[in-house]
Design a protein around this ligand. Structure first.
Ligand SMILES: C[S@@+](CC[C@H](N)C(=O)[O-])C[C@H]1O[C@@H](n2cnc3c(N)ncnc32)[C@H](O)[C@@H]1O
Length: 305
């Protein structure tokens, strides 16, 4: 069996003349952040995952692919130990929510929140992603992959990593891909990982997209700090979420109660764009900018060069 070192050529190919990364081998151990050694088929393709096993060059932990995705969570392989995440993470792990997500659940965001919908959000995000087109992109908390699929089919990126903590969301994404004729499966991979422990080396990623997810993350600051770590200088973070301002800000007790709501649900309610700017800046990202439509907001910030 051939053993391919993913980090061979990593330093050599980290950036090309336009500044975007040409390196596709960006998977790292989520414990050590050291590039993974790939045993078997080195083709980064969604079809290669079932045949794959990867090993950390430092701690030697092995990671495996199942039928649909590579499991690069810290807890992968644990047999006796398990832990539950907050409700806002666990709810998306259920087969029912994963099934319903693109069959109505996601559309409801447009109705109550003013989200432009997948095509509209994709077009908006492309504007922010212009400086990193041609590089690699991580669709963080991709859900069933509605944006990962659009990024891949657009051909605008050298590699698309669709990443989520929910095994069922990743399975659903795989099913959608199987149903699509001529989906470009190469340079597209499905990875299970926790947003606060990303399986990429520092400064290896050109772009991170996170659709409708920041408010679901157990700790938005731990997650954005992790995103900032993996972005290379000049790398772009684009995300969407919702803001409860306008008439909602008149709701009595919303501000004092949101901490309690957050503790129970695990989700974070943003009340002002300035909170998102502050979050990005606190995590080392600069050049914050955003687009609003009712409750919907798309934000972007950059890792300083
Ligand atoms: C509302 S869905 C967003 C899906 C998709 N990006 C979109 O734009 O519709 C939120 C996603 O965040 C994921 N998520 C929640 N907690 C996570 C965590 N700790 N790490 C990674 N993903 C997480 C959920 O599994 C879910 O797929």
């Amino acid at each position: 069996m051939f053993v391919y070192l993913l980090h061979i050529g990593f330093q050599d190919s980290i950036s090309d003349v336009q500044g975007v990364s040409t390196c596709k081998n960006i998977l790292a151990c989520p414990i050590c952040y050291v590039p993974l050694i790939w045993n078997g088929d080195p083709v980064l393709s969604v079809d290669a995952a079932p045949r794959s096993s990867l090993q950390c060059g430092s701690c030697k932990k092995s990671y495996f692919g199942n039928d649909t995705h590579l499991d690069l969570t810290v807890g992968s392989g644990a047999k006796e130990y398990g832990e539950d995440k907050p409700a806002s993470t666990e709810i998306f792990r259920t087969p029912l929510v994963s099934f319903l997500y693109e069959r109505g659940w996601r559309h409801s965001f447009s109705v109550w929140g003013g989200f432009p919908g997948p095509e509209g959000e994709f077009e908006l995000s492309k504007e922010y992603l212009k400086p990193v087109l041609g590089g690699n992109i991580v669709d963080a908390s991709c859900g069933s992959g509605l944006f990962s699929r659009l990024f891949t089919k657009s051909g605008l990126f050298s590699l698309v990593v669709a990443l989520d903590f929910s095994e069922n969301m990743l399975r659903q994404c795989y099913e959608f891909i199987k149903q699509e004729e001529n989906f470009p499966k190469e340079n597209f991979i499905l990875v299970r990982a926790d947003i606060s422990r990303l399986p990429f080396p520092s400064r290896s990623v050109d772009a991170v997209h996170a659709g409708a997810a920041i408010h679901c993350w157990p700790s938005p600051s731990a997650a954005v700090a992790e995103i900032s770590r993996v972005l290379r200088p000049g790398g772009v973070f684009v995300a969407t979420t919702y803001i409860l301002d306008g008439p909602y800000s008149a709701l009595p007790l919303l501000r004092p109660l949101r901490q309690n709501i957050g503790q129970i649900s695990g989700s974070h309610i943003f009340l002002d764009e300035r909170e998102l700017k502050d979050l990005c800046n606190a995590c080392g990202l600069v050049g914050f900018t955003c687009t609003r439509n009712r409750r919907f907001v798309m934000i972007s910030a950059t890792k300083p060069s």
